[in-house]
Design a binder for this molecule. Structure first.
Ligand SMILES: *[C@@H]1O[C@H](CO)[C@@H](O)[C@H](O)[C@H]1NC(C)=O
Ligand SMILES: *[C@@H]1O[C@H](CO)[C@@H](O)[C@H](O)[C@H]1NC(C)=O
Ligand SMILES: *[C@@H]1O[C@H](CO)[C@@H](O)[C@H](O)[C@H]1NC(C)=O
Ligand SMILES: *[C@@H]1O[C@H](CO)[C@@H](O)[C@H](O)[C@H]1NC(C)=O
Ligand SMILES: *[C@@H]1O[C@H](CO)[C@@H](O)[C@H](O)[C@H]1NC(C)=O
Length: 460
């Protein structure tokens, strides 16, 4: 995905109607109240999805591809937690449409995707497998689609610099190819850890551990102080650091460590140390000073919210952080007290931003304000749905399934290995439309990179 918050104009700038009509009532201690609120938030999200220009292409959003995967991931959680299956057809249709050669690397978009874009679809697929989300006959299984992503990403492990690591972007002509970033590495780490627990195939566990250990040799995972830098570059052998702090970077490493903790039967102390350490430093996302008196109880995307620079990607990150951490409480005994209380107060605050639009239910970005903030959009809905899902997890009970505990999705370790998309694409074959798109993205990135480098130099 392309981070352009330095250029960001707030999306969904349509005027919020403060206090109009509805507003959603929520009692976070009541399962039915949570379900009712989640249904409203999810329905409004799907209304945005159905209104997109590219609605003839299932799963494809206007101007972004990866968010389809992350939205389906959150909707699959929603279905499992509430039993509301009204979105299941749309989920299946979009997931299968975008499956590519069983690897979520469809040729329409593969020329300009990053590893992080692809891995989110893999995370949606493993979520579907773990929760026994319905499969269609004649289609690849959910777990095989997750394996297809793993199988296409692992050959991209790059030892030509930094002794390893996933690059951010996939092709040499993409700006960002010389960057290694936390979400691409943390995303594959989490996917591998989840495949390890689901299938019990040690290959996945070895890769998860390899990615974690490699990350720990770079600023992407500093075990000394449990800080996660957003990015580092090949040119410096991964010694420089882009230090923006993002919830989902922490969320993805914490979650993966949780799956590895459970996979290793709690015997390997490194995973518990990682979980505790990173939950500790995640407290920065619950700031105690400022933020309208949120007093350490409301989740904040601290790098962009108060300065009103969150781009559409960044608006969604709180969904993943919240739901991944809440799922972790089901596989890491004793972790609930350090996770759930703040997700509860965050949900209560988040829902108070949902007062915009003609029905008075569209949500904003800044949960800490506990009021509409003049923005609305699909991404705002996704973030709030994520934190409502998180709060439903303790009511639902149960944990992600594995092949041994009732997961019915069938493993296919060679999924995605017959892909025609492994070779660097020939740029001549890209249609004018795609090339223009890629060019624009590049310009945005290069502009941003100058700012980022300046920032890194100043930030040390
Ligand atoms: C690829 O693009 C074509 C033409 O717009 C479209 O019909 C098709 O649905 C797209 N496929 C995917 C996977 O998005
Ligand atoms: C965890 O325990 C189970 C049951 O005793 C055992 O079969 C499995 O091999 C153990 N897993 C690891 C990674 O040690
Ligand atoms: C792994 O998760 C399962 C499912 O919740 C749980 O029963 C089990 O105790 C966990 N294992 C460890 C070692 O915590
Ligand atoms: C485990 O995964 C690896 C890598 O995909 C594969 O080569 C191997 O066949 C798998 N083993 C089993 C028993 O499924
Ligand atoms: C791989 O793809 C080719 C071309 O689509 C097909 O002919 C072949 O049967 C596939 N092989 C396997 C093992 O799926």
């Amino acid at each position: 995905m392309i981070f352009s918050h330095w250029l960001a104009t707030l999306l969904g700038g349509s005027l919020a109607i403060h206090g109009a009509l509805g507003a959603i009532t929520l009692n976070v201690d009541d399962e039915n109240s949570l379900k009712t609120a989640a249904k409203t938030v999810a329905s409004d999200m799907i209304d945005f999805y159905n209104a997109r220009d590219s609605k003839d292409i299932p799963g494809k959003f206007d101007g972004t591809w990866w968010e389809g995967g992350s939205m389906f991931m959150v909707l699959i959680q929603y279905w499992w937690l509430t039993g509301d299956s009204q979105f299941n057809d749309a989920i299946q249709e979009g997931m299968y449409w975008q499956k590519g050669d069983d690897d979520f690397f469809p040729s329409n978009y593969s020329q300009y995707l990053g590893n992080d874009d692809q891995v989110f679809w893999g995370l949606a697929a493993i979520t579907a497998a773990e929760l026994n989300f319905p499969e269609q006959s004649g289609q690849p299984s959910w777990v095989s689609l997750a394996q297809g992503v793993f199988n296409t990403q692992v050959p991209r492990w790059d030892t030509s610099s930094c002794h390893g690591g996933m690059r951010w972007q996939i092709w040499p002509y993409q700006s960002g190819y010389t960057t290694k970033n936390a979400i691409s590495n943390g995303g594959l780490f989490q996917l591998a850890a989840r495949l390890a627990l689901y299938t019990k195939n040690t290959t996945y566990a070895e890769w998860a551990e390899r990615i974690w250990d490699w990350s720990a040799t770079t600023p992407l995972l500093k075990q000394k102080n449990w800080n996660i830098a957003d990015s580092t570059t090949c040119d410096t052998q991964c010694t420089d650091h882009g230090d923006w702090q993002w919830t989902y970077n922490y969320g993805t490493y914490i979650s993966g460590a949780g799956y590895m903790y459970n996979y290793t039967n709690g015997t390997a102390s490194k995973w518990k140390a990682g979980i505790d350490g990173l939950i500790g430093t995640s407290s920065q996302f619950y700031p105690t000073q400022g933020y309208n008196g949120a007093a350490g109880n409301v989740l904040v995307e601290i790098t962009c919210e108060s300065v009103e620079k969150c781009d559409r990607n960044q608006i969604t990150f709180k969904a993943y952080f919240s739901s991944w951490l809440a799922f972790l409480t089901t596989i890491v005994p004793g972790s609930s007290d350090s996770i759930m209380p703040k997700l509860k107060t965050s949900a209560q605050a988040a829902i108070k931003t949902c007062t915009a639009g003609s029905d008075g239910t569209l949500c904003g970005i800044k949960w800490y304000n506990q009021a509409a903030d003049g923005t609305n959009g699909l991404e705002q809905q996704m973030a709030v749905l994520g934190v409502l899902n998180a709060n439903l997890i303790p009511f639902k009970g149960g944990a992600p399934l594995t092949a041994e505990t009732g997961g019915t999705s069938k493993s296919n370790p060679s999924a995605g290995t017959n892909s025609s998309n492994q070779a660097v694409p020939t740029l001549n074959n890209i249609t004018t439309g795609d090339r223009a798109g890629a060019g624009i993205l590049t310009v945005i990135f290069v502009t941003g990179w100058a700012v980022a480098v300046t920032w890194m130099i100043r930030g040390g």
